[in-house]
Design a protein around this ligand. Structure first.
Ligand code: COI
Length: 362
């Protein structure tokens, strides 16, 4: 690889004795992290270090103006080879570049992004859980590190990757509340980027929804409050009759890797798919006509999460029991089987985590 990397390994792994039986999402972190600095127009000071704290000045720009984006991706142990494999790593690298560019941050070269991810996954492969539905979650992120209060793009940045074993993000089907007042994203904004601030904007409305007994919010477009966009941390799909419908990715909707994979697989399977604007009125009308068969969200963390109930203007629209659904459960299983390398896929989505950093260090 074109960037020299200093490798400092942990003296003793924290893995031993940890129970991977019931893993809450995002609470346990593996032994190592990758850190690189952007300074004087180039990426430098690449290091593999024991996972741990980093200290910053209170004037760190990311803390004040939110110049920060992240990715979420997953690795599993291949049931065929027993070795770690990554799911759609190149697509995540590309989205990270697009998000960083939208937030005025420097591009992370694909080689640097992928080597950082592959090396960590390989190094900490004993942290990859193998129970059904679990995975090693990988969190690459970049943030502004200039110490300054002037409002401008930073000139220095940090890129960090760390990982941790995770179970299901939503352990049961979700109850969702349709947004009536707040908006997640709007044309010309940063809704399609994985910007930290996009998530901050949803926290207060999500807390309010939780207090009313809902798990997440279904966001509508900010201009007319008519068209569905995303749901919580997920893209959203509805099955009306025998057709699967999802809104197109615009500058207000994230180009979800799981969303894209689902669309691909459904088309390969010959299932009718429409990528088009989907109005909340059309959804509730379809429900009244008995045609709304399923709804599910998709995301790296969530994989496929079935919607149990949808609440719009104080009316609750309940979906059929999971046992009566066909497409959501089928696509969830297919995706999981692909990620775990249990079934073949012909799209080059599943790749081994082989690290040239470690090969060069040996
Ligand atoms: C992911 O699915 O990786 C996400 O970005 C969700 C995350 C915010 C938990």
């Amino acid at each position: 690889m074109n960037y020299p990397v200093k490798v400092q390994l942990v003296e003793k792994s924290r893995r031993e004795g940890l129970d991977f039986g019931s893993l809450p999402f995002g609470k346990t972190f593996s032994d190592h992290m990758f850190v690189a600095d952007y300074k004087d127009g180039e990426w430098q000071n690449c290091q593999i270090l024991p996972y741990g704290d980093i200290s910053f000045a209170p004037s760190l720009m990311a803390l004040h103006y939110g110049q920060s984006v992240f990715e979420g991706m997953k690795a599993n142990i291949s049931t065929k080879t027993g070795e770690p494999v990554l799911f759609r790593a190149k697509k995540h690298a590309k989205r990270f570049r697009i998000s960083s560019e939208r937030l005025g941050m420097p591009e992370i070269p694909e080689e640097l992004f992928l080597e950082a991810v592959k090396t960590l996954v390989y190094l900490d492969k004993q942290w990859i859980p193998e129970t059904a539905g679990s995975a090693l979650y990988i969190r690459p992120f970049i943030f502004a590190t200039d110490e300054s209060l002037g409002v401008r793009a930073s000139t220095s940045y940090k890129f960090i990757v760390f990982t941790g074993p995770v179970g299901a993000y939503y352990p049961k089907p979700v109850r969702i509340l349709v947004a009536q007042k707040y908006v997640r994203a709007f044309p010309g904004g940063v809704g399609s980027a994985k910007a930290a601030g996009n998530y901050a904007a949803t926290l207060k409305p999500a807390e309010m929804a939780k207090k009313s007994g809902f798990d997440q919010i279904l966001w509508l477009d900010g201009l007319e409050f008519k068209y569905i966009q995303e749901c919580g941390t997920m893209n959203i799909f509805a099955v009306i009759g025998d057709t699967v419908i999802t809104p197109p990715t615009t500058d207000a909707i994230l180009d979800g890797v799981t969303r894209d994979s689902i669309l691909h697989l459904l088309k390969e399977m010959g299932i009718k798919v429409e990528v088009r604007a989907l109005g909340i009125q059309e959804l509730t009308d379809a429900h009244k006509a008995g045609e709304l068969k399923e709804m599910f969200g998709s995301g790296t963390a969530a994989v496929v999460s079935h919607v149990a109930d949808l609440c719009y203007k104080d009316v609750v629209y309940s979906m059929p029991d999971i046992s009566e659904r066909k497409i959501g459960p089928m696509i969830k299983k297919t995706l999981t089987d692909i990620k775990e390398n249990t079934i073949e896929e012909n799209n080059g989505w599943v790749t081994p985590a082989i690290s040239s950093i470690l090969e060069e260090a040996n």
